[in-house]
Design a protein around this ligand. Structure first.
Ligand code: WTA
Length: 651
């Protein structure tokens, strides 16, 4: 792990400001107590969190049932997620929240909507009745393929109200990717929109769903939100406008009494094979995890306006735009479009106008803002901010310092939060009122989370040496499986060591016990904080008739963290060149979506392989990064391949 050297030199330490600590939900004393409890008895710690942060219709009988690798949390407990996010803020001592903003939304063109807790409750109840009217029953899957509009949050909460697990597919995925996900989850209903706004232009979504649904026999109904008003073809036997169904729906809908282990949602994420994994989360454990972490890590208060810039189509949006934030009765700000429209200061303009107090974004966005120039944030009054966060990839210390100085005005703590789609909620993070931070380190495991650096053999690696990150005790937000594929669940996460969770990241601890995450150790790339499997891109590329073979690797990129490099062997008789490169990029966009488009394409007559035919990615990674192919090449079948690869032009 060569990066450890450079990271170890980072010694700057930032202490939480006294005023922040004084007012924080979790101060040093609380955190010390929780750490003690969490280390001694993590189950007891989470039991306390579940009691304090979640409202239950019926108590659980057993806190944790652990039959590795299958965990059940709060066994026998009954609850409802939408009740926790809505109804309980309208009752008893919280009844004052009825007219508090739950969601403040701003569209890219500048339009905005505010939904109070009372209004959101009403909309959710109505849409839950719409779903029931379409024949959706407890346990049926509903697929959501939508832009960032309030209806997306409404639809999610409506699903949870009736116990129908949702599967949200990010709106940037292609029709092909959507079709596979609909079929894998066997979804009965798809919810979408005519389109949305991006970079000042309306884009269409419904045609992609129409295309996808040519191959999805499971889909019975489609509900379409009218966002842009563009011409949209509707199939009368299948499609319904959201507003038509809602105009007749009753606002009276009791939340279903669901088992703690009832499936809450499926979210697809890339793995090391071509087929994405449907990560399954359930009700009680997930809600406990995201609600407790949101409150403690973002120090959420009723006076805050919290903004997480993630799209709800990713786990960050599920856990920390919607569930964890609304369960705390906080105000969640949502923005539809890109950070640079109509100008490069859109985010800072939003922060100033809405007086955002907590801001959670990705390092790749921060690096983009640095490149755009300090003058844009400096034009705006950002003094409402009191806490900053990052997620999705390691943050380089320089970007951290810029974020701290230019955005946070040197007064806001930064929480660098490590977690995954699979973990459900944040796992390694500073607690802003209690933990000193160092740029580039996610610091310590959240109390109740037990993490270690292990060797391949499962031995604890002594600091500061690098190894594999492991989670050594079950936690409530953990994935319960891969939808329809228990064998793959065991293989991917639980086969490296006995009964310990393998997240797929390399990491090390420093002498002070802080974690430093080094990035993926498997064939998954982290592009702008989004996970994309090399195999997935390869299978998209080779599906083009002009391509014989392809190997995809990541290389370091200043802006996006990692950039995709595709080595492509054209079929005999096909000319390699920029035209073919364009075709390859189009193919990837069609099969997966624009986020997976290779940045560099290099044509080659042959790929480096072992005698048994395995592509030697390690060598390709070196070549892609412009490094000498280091390490053992003795298993390489044909040495001349390396020389010709180095000479291949970038396209
Ligand atoms: C990476 C996003 C370093 C990591 C919530 C992980 C991070 C993958 C951090 C999960 C961080 C996420 N520091 N790396 N603070 N946060 N990662 O499933 O490689 O989209 O395994 O979940 O992102 O990505 P996912």
């Amino acid at each position: 792990m060569p990066d450890i050297e450079s990271l170890l030199k980072e010694k700057r330490l930032f202490k939480p400001a006294r005023e922040f600590t004084r007012a924080a939900h979790w101060n040093k004393k609380t955190v010390a107590e929780y750490r003690k409890l969490g280390q001694k008895n993590p189950t007891r710690f989470w039991e306390k969190m579940a009691r304090e942060h979640v409202s239950w219709f019926a108590p659980w009988k057993k806190t944790l049932q652990w039959k590795p690798p299958f965990a059940k949390w709060f066994v026998g407990g009954k609850l409802n997620v939408s009740y926790n996010c809505l109804d309980r803020h309208l009752e008893g001592e919280n009844a004052w929240r009825r007219n508090k903003a739950a969601i403040i939304w701003e569209g890219e063109p500048g339009d905005s909507r505010t939904l109070t807790y009372g209004e959101l409750h009403r909309e959710v109840c109505k849409f839950a009745n719409v779903l029931k009217g379409l024949g959706v029953k407890k346990g049926d899957r509903v697929c959501l393929y939508m832009p960032m509009v309030p209806e997306l949050a409404i639809a999610m909460l409506a699903c949870t109200r009736i116990g129908a697990p949702h599967s949200i597919v990010f709106g940037g995925f292609s029709a092909e990717a959507l079709r596979d996900r609909i079929n894998d989850a066997d979804a009965k209903v798809v919810i979408t929109a005519d389109g949305g706004y991006r970079r000042g232009q309306p884009f269409a979504l419904k045609p992609a769903v129409d295309e996808a649904c040519k191959g999805t026999p499971c889909v019975e109904h489609m509900v379409v939100v009218q966002r842009t008003g563009q011409d949209t073809a509707m199939d009368a036997s299948r499609d319904h406008w959201w507003h038509d169904l809602m105009s007749e729906a009753s606002a009276d809908c009791k939340p279903a009494r669901l088992d703690a282990e009832h499936p809450l949602f499926i979210l697809y994420t890339s793995g090391t094979t071509g087929k994405p994994k449907g990560i399954l989360h359930t009700t009680g454990g997930y809600l406990t995890h995201v609600t407790a972490t949101a409150k403690a890590i973002f120090d959420l208060k009723d006076s805050d306006t919290y903004w997480c810039t993630a799209d709800i189509g990713w786990i960050t949006g599920h856990s920390y735009v919607v569930y964890g934030i609304l369960a705390n009765g906080a105000t969640s700000f949502m923005y539809e479009g890109v950070p640079t429209h109509p100008g490069p200061d859109r985010f800072w303009d939003i922060i100033e106008r809405w007086k955002i107090s907590i801001f959670y974004t990705a390092p790749t966005a921060i690096r983009t803002f640095i490149r755009l120039g300090d003058e844009h944030p400096k034009k705006h009054d950002l003094s409402s901010l009191r806490l900053l966060g990052t997620v999705g990839e390691p943050i380089n210390p320089e970007a951290w310092i810029w974020y701290h100085n230019v955005i946070g005005g040197k007064k806001c703590p930064i929480v660098d939060t490590w977690w995954q789609t699979e973990t459900g909620g944040i796992m390694i993070t500073p607690l802003p009122g209690a933990v000193d931070t160092t740029p580039g380190s996610a610091t310590l495991a959240f109390p109740g989370v037990q993490a270690e650096i292990l060797s391949e053999e499962g031995d604890v690696v002594a600091p500061p040496n690098g190894g594999f990150l492991a989670v050594t005790h079950p936690w409530p937000g953990m994935l319960r499986g891969i939808w329809g594929d228990p064998a793959r669940f065991k293989e991917v996460y639980w086969s490296k060591w006995k009964n310990l969770y393998f997240p797929g990241d390399g990491a090390h601890k420093d002498k002070g016990g802080y974690f430093w995450i080094m990035g993926r150790v498997d064939d998954v790339m982290n592009i702008s904080g989004h996970r994309i499997g090399t195999m997935e891109v390869e299978s998209a590329i080779v599906s083009h008739p002009d391509v014989a073979e392809s190997a995809v690797v990541g290389r370091p990129d200043e802006l996006t963290g990692t950039a995709i490099v595709a080595f492509v062997t054209p079929r005999g008789g096909v000319d390699a060149g920029s035209q073919l490169a364009e075709k390859v990029r189009k193919q990837v966009t069609k099969e997966i979506g624009a986020i997976a488009k290779p940045k560099d394409i290099r044509f080659t007559n042959a790929l480096p392989k072992t005698r048994s035919g395995k592509i030697m990615r390690r060598l390709l990674r070196d070549i892609a990064a412009g490094k000498e192919a280091a390490g053992d090449t003795s298993t390489l079948e044909d040495f001349s391949v390396l020389a010709s690869l180095r000479e291949a032009d970038e396209n």
